[in-house]
Design a protein around this ligand. Structure first.
Ligand SMILES: [Zn+2]
Length: 375
């Protein structure tokens, strides 16, 4: 339900307004980075579209349709998502892994491609949405609605569709069967084939703010305000990272360890090991790299604050310990260039730069910048 997830009030009103004025398009794209809540927003709309006693502000949460949607067992809600195709395991279409997918989304309100790939058995293998899946979708949606209401397709990560699969869906998107809604949830709409993108109305879902993340952590988890704030400021708007941090005692700070390793490698200019580090980190995906870049910028900022003996907020003990030794390397002589390199890299990362080439390039610039005289 819209009321059960926090924040995003403007967006909720926008979606509700579409519904209340009967203007929900038959093909709609929710686009938002990992951990932005785009999936929840689409699910809430699906529930509202199916609800038998909706109000102006939400689904009722009580009727049999709502209960079925919440239990992920409504027969008119169809899920489609990328899968790791496998001949041996006979996995060709989403339905082959539906139980696993539903288990993940009911367990975790925020999940990521990394978690999903890991669940499917190979953390480093990206799933795909193939032609068999498209055929299956067309077949399913051509059938009559089980419960007489609308039929809904929720497709997570349509950008993982290959060209053939997408081509097969064009007609469906253009002229969906009666009372059918196609809700797509993407993380990188830039990667979506333009033939598909141009046929969808898009709702952009921004990242959570630090304040929103803090509030959600305080509401849902047993933690102190300062702990919630620290995690929020180290999650860069990614709710999925924030929740992983709070659940995992040993990993309150997901980016610290790759950051420390990176800085050590850049300082020692160990090119062979840097390449290994780059390989490993580019496999973690774009969101990880963007988060790591923002994290580095934040650490550099903390170094500068430290020089001026300013009290640093939201710093963990482990960060403090590392920064004590690392601080002298970041100073007024190189901070502007460091910021520039990171901001440029982040800009290119959002525009589809190759992660490996980009990270290696940034590392080599860091090699040079870290050799600037210490303060
Ligand atoms: Zn209801």
């Amino acid at each position: 339900m819209f009321s059960t997830f926090y924040g995003k009030n403007n967006l909720k009103s926008k979606v509700l307004n579409l519904y209340n004025t009967k203007r929900v398009p038959h093909a709609l794209l929710f686009n938002g980075s990992e951990g932005s809540g785009a999936f929840q927003l689409a699910m809430s709309l699906a529930q509202l579209l199916l609800c038998q006693e909706p109000s102006l502000s939400d689904s009722c949460g009580k009727c049999s349709s709502c209960v079925k949607v919440e239990k992920m067992m409504h027969p008119d809600v169809h899920f489609s998502f990328p899968i790791q195709l496998s001949q041996t395991n006979k996995t060709n279409i989403s339905d082959d892994l539906l139980d696993l997918f539903l288990e993940m989304i009911s367990e975790l309100s925020f999940f990521s491609t990394e978690i999903w790939n890991d669940k499917m058995g190979n953390k480093n293998k990206q799933g795909v949405i193939g032609t068999k899946e498209s055929q299956q979708i067309i077949k399913k949606l051509a059938l009559k609605s089980y419960e007489g209401g609308p039929k809904i397709l929720l497709m997570w990560l349509p950008e993982e569709m290959n060209q053939q699969a997408a081509n097969k869906l064009l007609k469906l998107i253009e002229e969906p069967p009666k009372n059918t809604y196609l809700l797509f949830i993407s993380e990188e709409k830039e990667n979506l084939l333009s033939t598909i993108k141009s046929r969808l109305q898009t709702i952009d879902v921004p990242n959570y703010s630090d304040e929103e993340i803090t509030q959600i952590l305080l509401d849902k988890f047993d933690c102190s305000e300062s702990e919630a704030q620290t995690i929020a400021s180290n999650s860069f708007g990614n709710m999925s990272i924030a929740i992983q941090c709070i659940k995992n005692e040993n990993q309150k700070d997901a980016y610290l360890s790759p950051f420390i390793n990176w800085m050590r490698l850049c300082y020692t200019r160990n090119i062979a090991d840097t390449i290994d580090w780059v390989d490993a980190n580019s496999k973690e995906g774009r969101e990880h790299i963007k988060g790591l870049l923002m994290y580095s910028l934040e650490m550099f900022r903390k170094c500068i604050l430290g020089h001026y003996l300013i009290d640093i907020k939201n710093i963990t003990q482990d960060q403090k310990q590392f920064l004590k030794k690392f601080m002298p390397f970041i100073n007024h002589k190189n901070i502007v260039q460091f910021s520039q390199v990171i901001n440029d890299a982040h800009f290119h990362m959002e525009r589809n730069a190759n992660p490996k080439i980009l990270l290696l390039d940034v590392s080599i610039q860091f090699f040079r910048l870290l050799k600037t005289d210490k303060k």
